[in-house]
Design a protein. Structure first.
Length: 133
């Protein structure tokens, strides 16, 4: 793993949350994006080397809605940048981590992504991400 790539935060209302985080960070949202495969809409902020991704449901009953119903709005996942996502998936699986998918899939911000099951990482949803070249 190279570095913490971003922190994902689950929100109920993306537009309201964009305004809130623009005030909080004193920085504009630099990108919004829909990720059909995850049924979410996202908004990205950058503060120095740190990126924050807000995630909101795209459809009723989606994964973010279920997360918020169970845990409330807040930190959803930690994403780590990797050079070779397939090699990192193989390494982590060999060490006993449970992957939520067998192959990387296209995620937000032009990345290949794979998630680790939170039960294998002390309750924290971990995302691996590699830039799509």
């Amino acid at each position: 793993m190279i570095k913490l790539e971003h922190i994902g935060i689950a929100v109920k209302d993306l537009q309201q949350s964009i305004g809130l985080f623009e005030m909080l960070l004193n920085s504009p949202c630099y990108k919004t994006e829909t990720v059909e495969s995850e049924q979410v809409t996202t908004a990205f902020f950058r503060k120095g080397e740190t990126k924050i991704e807000l995630l909101a449901n795209l459809v009723t009953g989606g994964v973010i809605e279920k997360f918020i119903d169970k845990k409330g709005e807040g930190i959803h996942h930690l994403a780590f940048a990797v050079n070779d996502i397939r090699a990192e998936m193989k390494r982590l699986q060999a060490q006993g981590f449970v992957l939520l998918q067998e192959e990387p899939k296209k995620g937000a911000d032009n990345k290949w992504v794979c998630f680790l099951h939170p039960k294998s990482s002390n309750g924290v949803l971990i995302e691996l991400c590699e830039d799509i070249s």
